[in-house]
Design a protein around this ligand. Structure first.
Ligand code: AMP
Length: 247
């Protein structure tokens, strides 16, 4: 299996876009895709948190918006996403987790990818059209996933007190640090995040559905089953697409 992965999967896959509400498992599935196809996982939430942590101008502007569970304005997002997608390790492809989150961002991304192909004709990965995967999850299940999410401030390990609890309540199994709740996973913020998803992000799915580029995957299943289906979608997308990058 490991050999098969090394030979068959470290090739151009182009952009993979994961859509779904907060708590749908985008981060988890993005990591699986990144590991299998050896492409970077680009989570815009992480890029923003990095700016907040470093106290950059953008970070200062984004911090209050993120703490309220609202979306950071599109214009701020375009700069950080464009910079990241132009990095060398994005040439064979990448997994976008958390972007695009509005129809305007989806339109911007299409225009960006087309412009990059035009300007850098030799770069193979850009010729792969994006594969867009929507993770579908039941609302009640989502609330449990989000309100139960905890992480270790020392080693970063993730838990869920409902589904993957630590051995000892609220303590990390690895280093016994007290687990923390991410600021935007607090109950009062979660309803805002889900409302933002409903009103702003559903049009993204509609945008890709209208172009027949949306593949829906039932994510109310064990993680491994969801991952297997996603790999199948990516593999058949690469076979079907007319990409000339060697997919
Ligand atoms: P996430 O880690 O993906 O849940 O993102 C955390 C927060 O970062 C979100 O609640 C938003 O405030 C902000 N954010 C992340 N990605 C985007 C995006 N594509 N557009 C606007 N805001 C975003």
């Amino acid at each position: 299996m490991a050999n098969e992965s090394a030979n068959d999967t470290a090739r151009n896959i182009g952009p993979v876009i994961l859509l779904g509400p907060p708590g749908a498992g985008k981060g988890t599935q993005a990591k699986q895709i990144a590991d299998r196809y050896e492409v970077p996982q680009i989570a815009t939430g992480d890029l923003l948190r990095d700016h907040v942590g470093r106290g950059t101008e953008l970070g200062l502007e984004a911090a209050a918006i993120m703490a309220r569970g609202e979306l950071v304005p599109d214009e701020l997002m375009y700069g950080i996403v464009a910079t990241r997608l132009r990095e060398a390790n994005c040439q064979r492809g990448y997994v976008l987790d958390g972007f695009p989150r509005t129809a305007a961002q989806a339109g911007w991304l299409d225009a960006f990818l087309e412009k990059e192909v035009f300007e850098k004709k030799s770069e193979k990965s850009q010729k792969c059209p994006p594969v867009v995967i929507q993770l579908l999850v039941d609302y009640t299940e989502l609330l449990l996933r989000l309100t139960g999410r905890r992480s270790c401030p020392t080693c970063g390990r993730l838990y869920n007190i409902h589904f993957q609890p630590p051995l000892v309540d609220e303590l990390c199994d690895v280093d016994e640090s007290k687990l923390v709740i991410r600021n935007d996973d607090r109950e009062e913020v979660i309803s805002g995040r889900l409302a933002a998803y409903e009103t702003e992000t559903k049009p993204v799915a509609d945008y890709y559905r209208a172009q027949r580029r949306l593949v829906a995957v039932n994510a109310d299943r064990p993680m491994e089953d969801v991952t297997a289906e996603i790999f199948g979608v990516i593999d058949s997308h690469c076979k079907d697409s007319h990409c000339q990058g060697g997919c």
